[in-house]
Design a protein around this ligand. Structure first.
Ligand code: FES
Length: 157
């Protein structure tokens, strides 16, 4: 079973290399494609990408670690990103975060047991004048209060 899984990931990655090429510049589009499909980039996929692009696996991991939208661990079906940048921080981000962690029973950076929701931080969402702000999947919510944030989360629970 594991061998089959590995073969299918390898085939998928070989297809992506055909599509994007095997230059170093293909790394980001390949990582984005894998992230989109699987919601994370497994250790095995990272090794295979490194092999196919002829780069060191550490380079692949560094890129994944640098970008907050790439993940090396499985993510929930819904991603809640709370802005942690200074303006939202001053506008009450901490209270929002506490309310979300209480409601979801997880800490920031974790995924609920049922794999429905991942809670994480993000940098500025470009809505500083309307903070605190958070993004749920692709939708941005602003002027949050702890109550409003919890109500939003309940719609995806
Ligand atoms: S600081 Fe939070 S949206 Fe800009």
């Amino acid at each position: 079973m594991l061998v089959l899984e590995k073969n299918s990931i390898t085939e998928e990655l070989e297809g992506l290399v055909k599509e994007h090429g095997c230059e170093r510049s293909a790394l980001m589009p390949i990582l984005q494609a894998v992230q989109r499909k699987h919601r994370y980039i497994s250790d095995f996929a990272q090794q295979e990408i490194a092999r196919l692009l002829d780069i060191h696996p550490v380079e692949v991991f560094s890129v994944i670690s640098f970008y907050s939208f790439l993940h090396s661990e499985p993510q929930g079906r819904n991603i809640v990103r709370l802005c942690r940048t200074i303006v939202c921080d001053l506008a009450g981000k901490e209270e929002i975060e506490k309310a979300l962690m209480r409601e979801l029973k997880i800490n920031a950076g974790e995924t609920t047991k049922d794999k429905k929701i991942t809670l994480e931080h993000t940098n500025c969402l470009g809505m500083c004048d309307q903070g605190p702000a958070m993004m749920v999947n692709d939708k941005i919510f602003t002027k949050l209060t702890p109550e409003k944030a919890v109500e939003i989360i309940k719609t995806i629970k």
